[in-house]
Design a protein around this ligand. Sequence first.
Ligand code: SF4
Length: 466
Amino acid sequence: MSATFLGMPGNFPKNASQAVQNSQLRYNLRKATHTIRGKRAGVVAELPDWQELRAAGKAIKDHTLRNLDRYLVMMEEAVTSAGGTVHWARDAAEANRIVAGLVQATGEREVVKVKSMATQEIGLNEALAEQGIAAYETDLAELIVQLGDDFPSHILVPAIHRNRSEIREIFLDKMPEVPENLTDDPPALTEAARLHLRERFLRSKVAISGANFMVAETGTLVVLESEGNGRMCLTLPETLISVVGIEKLLPSWRDLEVFLQLLPRSSTGERMNPYTSMWTGAVEGQDFHLVLLDNGRTDVLADEVGRQALRCIRCSACLNVCPVYERVGGHAYGSVYPGPIGAILTPQLRGMSSELDASLPFASSLCGACYDVCPVAIDIPEVLVDLRSKAPHPAAERAGMKVAGWILNDHVRLAKAQRAATRLRGLLPKRLPGPASAWTDTRDLPEIPDESFRDWWERGGPDERA
Ligand code: SF4
C-alpha cells in the first residue's frame, strides 16, 4: 500500500504495506472473514425485524450513555448489596494496581482469565507479571496467542491469522503434555487444549474476567461465550475479579433481551451463543470484585460525534466486512481494537499524539460496509471523517487547504482560478512533486479542460452546442 492520502500519518500505511506481502495471512483472513460474514448474513436475514432490533439497540445504548452517572451508581449499589465490592479505576494504571492488590491479598501467584478486551486494553497480564503473578488465558484462541508470544488480531477470533498447522506447531512447542503425533485436526487440537486447561481450572483460586453487559437494576454481569471455558473460570475459583468498561451498562433485564439477539447473530453468526453466564454479587463460597474502568471513556462521551463508538458491543461484524482489515489483518492497527471499530475507538481512547494513532482514522476506504452491518448502528465513516479533521496534518497540507478554502468560498475567486488553470494547463506536471508524489503514484492528475463549465455556460451552454 502506498501513502494514498496526502498528509496521512505514517505508521498504519507502513504496517499495512508489510502485512499485505504475507500471502498466507491474506489467505487465512479471507477464508475466516468470509465464512463468518456468510453465517452472519444468513441468520440476520431470518429476522424480519432486524432493523427494528438494531434501532432498539442503538436507542438503549444512547439512553444509557446519556444517563451513565445514574446507572453507574445504581450498579454499584446493587453489586454492593449483593455482597460484591466495587472499585473505580480512572485509568489503566489504577485498574492494574487494584487488580494486582486484590490478587496479592489472596496470597496466590497465578490467575486464570476469561477472554476480555478490557484487560488487554489496560495491559493487565503484563502488569501482573511485573508483580510476579502469572495470568493464564483460557479462551482457546487467546491461549494460542499467548502460547505463541503473539498479539490478538481480531476481536472475536484473536488467532484468526493462524491456520491449524501453525497452531499444531505452537502446541507441540509450548505444551509439554501433548503427544508428538498430534495432528492438525481441529478435534485433536481442541482436546490437547482441553487437557492443558483442565488442570489450570482445577488448580486456580483466582479468576479474572470482563463482561459483555452489566445490568444496572440488579447488579448482574453477563458473559457470552462459545467454549464453556469462561464458565469454568467464573464458577470454580474462590475469588472472581471482573474488569469492565463503564460503557457496558444496560439499565434493565428487558434491555438485555435486545442484545442477546443482536450480539450472537452479529458475532459468531449464531441464533444464540452456546454459553451465557450471569452472576450477581458474591455467590456462595466466592469473593467478588468489580473494577469499573474509565480509561478515556468519559472523554469519548464528551465528544458529540465520537461518543457513538461507546455503543459498540464488540461483535466484530465490522471487521469481517472491511476490505482494509481483510487484506492487512489486525496487527497493522497496533491496538487491541483492530478494524473499523479500532480505527475510531483507539484514537479516541489513546489520543492522536503518536504517529500510529493519528494514522488510524485514515485506515479506511469509507465504503460504509461497517455501518451497514453494525448491530447498534454506529456510523463509523462519520466518526472517521470527523477524526481525520482533528488529526495532525503537515503544515504544507494545512496551508494548501486554507488556500483552497479561500478560493472555493468565493465564486469570483473560483472563476479567476479556473481561467488561470486553463491558461497554464500545458505547464502543469503529470505527477506532483515531493511528498505529494504519493498521491500520483497510484492515480493520474485530472486533466484540466480547455474551457471551464462556467465559461462554456456564459457563452450559451447547451444552446451553443445545438
Ligand atoms: S462497531 Fe458495531 S459492528 Fe463493529 S464491533 Fe462494534 S458493535 Fe460490532
